[in-house]
Design a protein around this ligand. Sequence first.
Ligand code: ADP
Ligand code: MG
Length: 252
Amino acid sequence: MSRIVAIANQKGGVGKTTTSVNLAACLAAGGRRVLLVDLDPQGNATQGVGLEKGAVTHTTYDLLVNHIPLAEAVAPTEVPGLFAVPSNRELVGAEVELVGAEGRESRLRSALAPAREAYDWTVVDCPPSLSLLTLNGLVAADHMIIPLQCEYYALEGLSELLNTFVLVRDRFNPGLSVLGVLLTMYQHTNLSRQVVDDVRAHLGGRVFETVIPRNVSLSEAPSFGRPISQYDPKSAGAQAYAALAQEVLARV
Ligand code: ADP
Ligand code: MG
């Protein structure tokens, strides 16, 4: 059965893109056909899988605004089984151009309908805002994964995000579920440990067992346009994302 998962948190820098790219690559490494959709105008996921955001012909913008068929927007990557719909700054315009458009929150959902046939997994990297773009990501998805950085304000903004989740589920997408909360950038400090304990105390079983460590290879890999599984497969970061992929597969 084909699954669509949105990686969302309106805070920037919490590990959404790192998780999108590396979860998608790990799922592909397990022999699945995977589509990574870059829904952030910053195009970091696009670069993370080695695509040149200035040189791509079709983007998520064309899916949302110009109604081009999914197959035309998809580009192959260097990772076997991993495909991507790239994005770039052009996507900023979609917010404005879709204001007032009918069914503006379900454009991505419609565009991704063929993905159910063509891919086992679709991973949507959302932008750092609760904007129409993120709304499109959540309306299109079966599941949401929420990365939280292991820092003092980890839970800040979470209730707002969960309110948005409830709104989307009630109004547009009754099938949407929170697959899990993912703790990222863990360091062996008292603060990180405290955050993990607090988040688990608050959210219990919704938190993935796998915790992603702060790992220098994870931060270097994007500049080589490679997921961690290719850039440094023995690293702690690679092992953590492989474990996350297993946990994700077990949860659906
Ligand atoms: P977001 O998409 O939520 O804005 P990113 O995934 O882009 O967050 O991560 C923000 C920054 O932190 C990036 O420079 C990224 O390379 C780095 N980063 C993310 N996760 C890790 C990690 N586990 N270890 C080290 N650096 C990380
Ligand atoms: Mg990002």
